[in-house]
Design a protein around this ligand. Sequence first.
Ligand SMILES: Cc1cc2nc3c(=O)[nH]c(=O)nc-3n(C[C@H](O)[C@H](O)[C@H](O)COP(=O)(O)OP(=O)(O)OC[C@H]3O[C@@H](n4cnc5c(N)ncnc54)[C@H](O)[C@@H]3O)c2cc1C
Length: 643
Amino acid sequence: MSEHLRPAEKKITESDEFIAHALEGASIPTLMMSLVHITGDTSVLRGPIRPKVVMLGGVQGALSEEEQASVRRMALEALKAYRDRGCTLPLQPSPELVQEMMNFMVGERVGDEYVPMMLEELALDGNDSRAPRWSRAVPAAEREKFHVLIIGGGMSGLLQALRLKEAGIPFTLVEKNNSVGGTWYENRYPGCRVDIANHFYSYSFEPYAWSEYFSQRDELLAYFRNFAHRHGLEEHIRFNTEVTAARYDEAGAVWEVELKSAEGTRSMRANAIVSAVGQLNRARIPEIAGREEFQGVQVHSAEWDPTLELKGKRVAVLGSGASAFQLVPEVAKIAAKLYVFQRSAPWMLPNPLYHEAVSPQFRWLVQHVPYYGRWFRFLIFYPGSDGILPALRIDKDWPHPERAVNALNDHFRTQLIEYLKSQVNGNLALLEKVTPKFPFMGKRMLQDNGSWLRALQQPNVELIDEGVSRIDASGIVASSGHYEVDVIIYATGFHATRFLWPMSVIGRAGKRLSEVWGDEPRAYLGITVPDFPNLFCLYGPATNLAHAGSIIFHSECQVRYATACIQALLENGAKAMECRREVYEDYAQRLIAELETLVWSHPACDSWYRNRAGRVVTTSPWRLADYWKWTRAPDLKDYTLTS
Ligand SMILES: Cc1cc2nc3c(=O)[nH]c(=O)nc-3n(C[C@H](O)[C@H](O)[C@H](O)COP(=O)(O)OP(=O)(O)OC[C@H]3O[C@@H](n4cnc5c(N)ncnc54)[C@H](O)[C@@H]3O)c2cc1C
């Protein structure tokens, strides 16, 4: 049998004792996958030790201590032999074997359609198969006549920049901040961290040995900054520059763009625009009467002032969504008094790893054991994404729509209420306040390790289960009374439904994007819109993921698609491509119909996913497997190409 060395992982040179110690920190189902790679022996997949169905957040497959110890012993022998033979591996497993491994790892049959997608995600052959490929050679002189403008240097814009660079297509990235990183640059409130596990919330082709399972803002920002630096993207970026307007010149098939910076307003021309402005980038403060009267400090969570002193202060946090959930436990530690104003209690999933550091042993395994990090990614990816969709589907015949959308959804609800009960120390009034009044998964699920309810039960913290009526000079007025505070923190989210706002984008025939979209922004695959040729949106309408997926997965799909569209223009000698109206309309209708079958459209789920009319516009209803398939390559029949 021929052998190969996997270059991405470090060679093992450590002693038997060291390896045995490292294995103490292992996720056993993950280790079992590595065992197959290391030994080439598949008998472990057919033996008596089998992970049970894996729930989100579970990394041990409900295996007993004894079973775990037995796998560690096998792994120790295998790793010793692997080290002693110079860290070579047997042949790559076949796709059929990979599918068997997936089924085994998650304790259920993983559909056939996931195999190619997961093979790509796992990159078992070490190839970045989402990198751009040309179907026909386009001379450099042709490519150099074409220039792409990327708006935004967050996770999506940086990825787009890399792909254009790899394809040899000239581009400029314009970023309004003085740094890359987007979300992870701007959000610096205490406690800010990712709530999708990091071994999944990272580019598929740039694995990283994270120091926490859910890393904090600084480490995330460093990851994206390093990415930009390592790939030489900075030289293409204009920082501190905001795109304020873009107008399509049909005769020249070019976008005329207006840029604003401290030096004033300038213009530039681009053959194509990729918008990577994010969905959660424009902070929203609700219109509450009397805000201007308040004499203390007011701050939005996404516009945090690091010099803000909260020690000994009376503080109000408005909101109980994802940012408040992270911020409140931190503020509770230092504020003299903290009032949390909640309009709607969130659902949260117990996850003991939420604030946990990754042990040195686990990091060593990620860096040294073949495919360990890759399979750990799968373990946290699969159960929380498409696997959860059946619990979200509205069953019209279900007899208790007031509390759940179907029997499985109700089952989760019951379990999670038990989890809440276990944390309120018999305080039934608190339990009533923290029990969500909408079905499970109706809004973004929060990861919880008990810190939220512990904070709410501190003597200096009060949960006020009602909206704010008004603000006055000294604090907040609600129907339950007046609350004097020194600081008001708005954890009130973003203008998420106002896509590409506040830019003025004018397409063919003077069509204004904000008017075309109105309150109901839609785009084909969330990416393209008729009358707006050569405009591609990343993280655009209906591409947010609420069934626990990582937005990075979606951005990788969109960037691949947008890059392939731009390549197709060049390959076909075309100047412009525009989504055909019937394709767009058909997609929009299917999308609306699908969204209406899912929990986010339940009348009790009032969230940032919905527009003023109550329709879901930010979030995707699709299975990741389907979206991945549809965005693998553009079907040029969906577009009108102009030469
Ligand atoms: C607090 C918080 C926590 C989150 N946690 C998670 C999570 O756990 N998992 C997850 O999957 N997602 C999470 N998200 C969603 C997150 O936004 C995405 O994961 C991801 O960071 C989006 O990247 P992006 O590049 O598309 O957008 P962004 O990161 O928002 O970047 C957009 C960039 O565009 C720039 N920009 C905007 N308009 C202009 C303009 N007109 N001109 C020039 N530049 C412009 C902005 O300055 C910004 O740098 C979270 C969001 C927030 C706010």
